[in-house]
Ligand binder design. Structure first.
Ligand code: C5P
Length: 308
């Protein structure tokens, strides 16, 4: 007898974007172990797909880019998202979550956060929860500093530990080339390295450019101006832990990018290019230069985690 179609569980799939920090200023270490930030996030077209179906128990299976390095136990951020959302709803966190990874693992592009944001949106629909965006964002912030931005997407100014967001007007499409590193970097280790470097300089701080100029450049959609204003306080710490990234950053600019920056806590390097054609050329040249494990092209801004 043929199987009835209704017996096949329907999967809900959510596409969740990666991010690059166009601007990241890190304040002092707080008592809770976090640092206050001022950051400008942009969501990129490189993203993960998170699918969920009803199941007897909570499981997470990861395939794709770097899947071997993603935990499949409850420490997985998507599993934690399921547990937190189920607790809010007063129900079992039972669901089978499948993640198709494209975002580099431990790459400074909020891959784990994207998966958590994706799981929240997918499970809210699967479990037919009546939950508003603000409540979802509050749960997201519990899971990690970058998870609210995974829900928000587009371009946003982040403060607090990065979880408090204000939308930023951004005109047009920006063309990025991403150079993936051979080894990942741990976010806490990069923040620790920044604290160490700052302590060694006896509290001396660079005065980073205020983001006002960058916000104006984004509103005008001028890639060259945005490129000149990219800034990341975590970059010296990431370069200190992975000195070869200097060569990667140089290679991208030599290949014709407008400018390059370490993405978040790294080690992915993000290069802003003048247009799509330039991005294709930069990507090809970077691939040949042997300075990266892989090269990706992406555009931004794109929406936050959403059902596809
Ligand atoms: O919030 P999330 O779990 O992604 O943060 C991972 C780690 O990164 C924190 O435990 C902390 O060491 C560091 N961090 C920080 N300040 C922030 C965000 C993250 O020091 N604003």
């Amino acid at each position: 007898m043929p199987h009835s179609l209704s017996a096949v569980p329907t999967a809900i799939t959510v596409h969740a974007p990666s991010k690059v920090n166009l601007y990241l200023r890190v304040g002092e270490l707080r008592d809770d172990g976090y640092h206050d930030l001022t950051t400008v996030f942009q969501a990129l077209s490189l993203g993960d797909d998170v699918s969920v179906v009803h199941a007897e128990e909570l499981t997470v299976t990861t395939t794709g880019e770097g899947a071997n390095n993603v935990p499949d136990d409850p420490t997985n951020l998507a599993a934690r998202a399921a547990i937190e959302l189920a607790a809010w709803a007063g129900r079992d966190p039972s669901a089978a979550i499948t993640i198709l990874k494209q975002i580099p693992v431990a790459g400074g592009m909020a891959g784990g956060s994207a998966d958590a944001a994706g799981a929240l949106v997918a499970l809210a629909q699967l479990w037919k929860l009546d939950i508003d965006r603000d409540t979802l964002a509050t749960i997201a912030a519990k899971l990690g500093s970058d998870v609210p931005f995974g829900l928000h997407g587009a371009t946003a100014l982040g403060t607090g530990r990065g979880e408090q967001l204000i939308p930023v007007l951004s005109r047009g499409q920006f063309h990025w080339v991403l150079a993936l590193a051979r080894e990942g970097l741990s976010t806490p280790a990069v923040y620790r390295e920044l604290d160490r470097l700052r302590a060694a300089r006896e509290g001396a701080h660079d005065e980073p450019l205020p983001p006002d100029d960058l916000l104006q450049a984004l509103a005008a959609g001028t890639a060259a101006r945005v490129a000149a204003l990219l800034h990341n306080d975590l970059q010296p710490a990431a370069l200190s832990l992975q000195p070869t990234l200097r060569r990667t950053l140089r290679a991208g600019v030599d290949a014709g990018a407008l400018s390059g920056v370490v993405s978040g806590s790294g080690p992915t390097c993000a290069f802003l290019c003048a247009d799509e054609e330039s991005a294709i050329n930069v990507a090809a040249e970077l691939s040949g230069a042997g300075v990266a494990r892989g090269v990706r092209i992406a555009t931004g801004p794109v929406p936050g985690a959403r059902v596809v």
